[in-house]
Design a protein around this ligand. Structure first.
Ligand code: NAP
Length: 292
C-alpha cells in the first residue's frame, strides 16, 4: 500500500462511470512494488479513480492543472471529448482519434493513446507474417479505431470492419482514411463470406461482456469457417473467457482476451509518467485478484 505523505504526487483515471475500473489497483500495486525497490521518497505517487460527468470535464481539467496532477488515464466517455483541451496530441492519438493517457508538459496537458500498444502486446510474441494476414474488426466504435491503427502498424494485408450502422461505418472509413489508413467496411450479413480468408478476428463489440455472458458475435458454425491458423481476439476481459473465446478454443484456434491489452496500455502510461516500465506481472496479479 502506498504511504501517502505531504509530497505524494497525484495520478488517476477519469471516466463516468469509473467504479469498475481495474486501473487503480493495477497502478497502485505497480507503484508500491517500484517504491519497495527504491527509496519511497523517489517514487511517491498515488493513483486515484475520478468520476467526472461530461459537463464537468473542462472544470475538472482546470482544477487538476491547478492541483498539479502529474498525469492521468482517460476512459469512457472522455476519450474523444478531451482532445480540444490538450495543448499537444501525439500523432498516434490523432490517428486513433482518442486519447487515453495525459501528462503535464510546461504547465499544459499533453495526450497520447496507449491502447494500440496494449492491443499489440500479446500479438508480438506470435511468429506471424502480418503482411499476409487479413484482419477483421467486429464493431465500429471507439476501440475499433485503436485496433485499426494497430493492424496498420502490424502491416496487415487488409483490415475489414464489420458494423451494424452503415453511416457510422462510412464515417469511420473516412476518419481513418484522413489519418492515412485504409479499411474495407461490411455489414454483418456479409461476415460469413469474409471469415474463410481471415487470419485475425477481433471483437470490439460488447457482445459477451458481463452480464450478457452467453452472447457471442460469432456462433460455433461461423467460427468453424475461419482458417485453422486464425487468431480470435476478444477485447472483453469480464468474463474470462468469453463465450466467443470458449467456442474458438474448443475448435483449436489461438485465442486472446482483453486483459493483456488492459495491462499493457496501463504499463505504457506508467512508463510515460514515471520514466520506466512497471513490473507487468505485479499489475496482472493485482487485476486478477479483483477479477477473481
Ligand atoms: P463503443 O465505442 O460503444 O463501441 C461498441 C461497438 O459495438 C459499436 O460499433 C456498436 O455499434 C457495436 N455493438 C454494440 N452492441 C452490438 C450488438 N448487439 N451487435 C452488434 N454490434 C454491437 O465501445 P468501445 O469503447 O469500443 O468498447 C467495446 C468493447 O471493448 C467493450 O466490451 C470494452 O470493455 C472493450 N474494451 C477493452 C479494452 C481493453 O483494454 N481490453 C479497451 C477498450 C475497450 P453501434 O455503433 O451501432 O452502437
Amino acid at each position: 500500500m502506498t504511504k501517502i505523505t505531504g509530497n505524494t504526487k497525484l495520478l488517476g483515471i477519469m471516466g463516468c462511470p469509473i467504479e469498475h475500473s481495474l486501473s487503480p489497483v493495477m497502478h497502485n500495486a505497480a507503484l508500491a512494488a517500484r517504491a519497495l525497490q527504491r527509496n519511497q521518497s523517489d517514487l511517491d505517487y498515488v493513483y486515484l479513480p475520478l468520476r467526472i460527468e461530461p459537463i464537468h470535464l473542462e472544470s475538472a481539467l482546470l482544477g487538476m492543472a491547478a492541483m498539479e496532477w502529474q498525469g492521468f488515464n482517460v476512459t469512457i466517455p472522455h476519450k474523444q471529448a478531451i482532445l480540444p483541451y490538450l495543448k499537444e496530441i501525439s500523432p498516434l492519438a490523432q490517428a486513433v482519434g482518442a486519447v487515453n493517457t495525459v501528462w503535464q508538459k510546461h504547465g499544459a496537458w499533453v495526450g497520447t493513446n496507449t491502447d494500440v500498444r496494449g492491443f499489440l502486446a500479446p500479438l508480438q510474441s506470435l511468429n506471424i507474417l502480418w503482411n499476409e494476414v487479413e484482419a477483421c474488426v467486429l464493431g465500429s466504435g471507439g476501440s475499433a479505431r485503436a485496433v485499426i491503427a494497430a493492424c496498420a502498424q502490424l502491416g496487415c494485408a487488409v483490415t475489414h470492419v464489420v458494423g451494424r450502422n452503415r453511416c457510422k461505418l462510412e464515417a469511420l472509413q473516412q476518419g481513418v482514411a484522413d489519418a492515412g489508413m485504409q479499411i474495407q467496411i461490411h455489414d454483418w450479413q456479409s461476415l460469413n463470406k469474409l471469415l474463410p480468408q481471415m487470419g485475425l478476428i477481433v471483437n470490439t463489440t460488447p457482445l459477451g461482456m458481463h452480464p450478457h455472458v452467453n452472447a457471442s458475435p460469432l456462433d460455433r458454425e461461423a467460427i468453424a469457417l475461419l482458417p485453422a491458423s486464425a487468431i480470435v481476439y476478444d477485447l472483453i476481459y469480464t468474463p474470462r473467457p468469453t463465450q466467443l473465446l470458449t467456442l474458438a478454443k474448443q475448435q483449436g484456434y489461438i485465442t486472446l482476451d482483453g486483459l493483456e491489452m488492459l495491462i499493457h496500455q496501463g504499463a505504457a502510461a506508467f512508463e510515460i509518467w514515471i520514466g520506466e516500465l512497471p513490473d507487468v506481472s505485479v499489475m496482472r496479479q493485482a487485476a486478477l485478484e479483483v477479477l477473481a
